[in-house]
Ligand binder design. Structure first.
Ligand code: 5GP
Length: 202
């Protein structure tokens, strides 16, 4: 039998702030199951966040410079700040057969879906993670303790708007508890790896 290889999967995850999606993505990467595509942002770092690990924290000028040079796969304005994913954080990994997990907002997801790149189209698996109620979402946003009331209000409003976008995704995960969510999250990736359409003879 010929050896078989495959392209990496681009596991694109969206969901409102406080849905737990970042924790899922980080855990997946921490377990060595995928490469976490570190985004760029112009928002200030929260306490405990590290440059180059949580985000590449950039000035507006530097972000715009990268935009002008076409270095982003996608970028968007979210919660009054710029966010974007660098091509270098994604393409070479997929080509090397490494799965990449991306935590991006609904606008960024729309952009990635619309890109006319055969590798990205084949690689893309998108999942929307959502809390099971509005109350739960509010609790999660305020319970984080890292944002001001004003920031929480903006995020709550944006999150409710974002939640209407789940039908654009191939998959939806209604969050229950940490372990159950992670089990579903990994099960989906593991099943996608077995798809015959991903396999390439080499
Ligand atoms: P936070 O400021 O809470 O870390 O992230 C705010 C929102 O920005 C989240 O919904 C997150 O998914 C989104 N986000 C993070 N990185 C990117 C990115 O590279 N591109 C886009 N479009 N959204 C991002």
């Amino acid at each position: 039998m010929n050896p078989i290889s495959r392209l990496g999967i681009l596991y694109l995850i969206s969901g409102p702030s406080g849905s737990g999606k970042t924790t899922l993505c980080r855990r997946l990467a921490g377990n060595g199951e995928a490469y976490y595509a570190t985004s760029c942002t112009t928002r200030p770092a929260r306490e405990g966040e590290k440059d180059g690990v949580d985000y590449h924290f950039l000035s507006i000028e530097s972000f715009q410079d990268k935009m002008a040079r076409g270095e982003f796969i996608e970028h968007a304005e979210v919660h009054q700040n710029y966010y974007g994913t660098l091509k270098s954080e994604v393409l070479s990994h997929l080509e090397a057969g490494r799965d990449v997990v991306m935590d991006i907002d609904v606008q960024g997801a729309d952009t990635v879906r619309s890109l006319d790149d055969p590798i990205l189209k084949k690689a893309l698996v998108d999942l929307f993670v959502m809390p099971h109620s509005e109350e739960e979402l509010h609790q999660r946003l305020s319970g984080r303790g890292t944002d001001s009331d004003e920031v929480i209000q903006v995020r709550m409003k944006n999150s409710l708007q974002e939640m209407t976008k789940w039908p654009s995704y191939q998959y939806r995960l209604l969050s229950t508890d940490r372990e159950t969510d992670y089990a579903s999250f990994t099960a989906l990736l593991f099943a996608e790896r077995l798809k015959t359409s991903r396999l390439l003879s080499i």
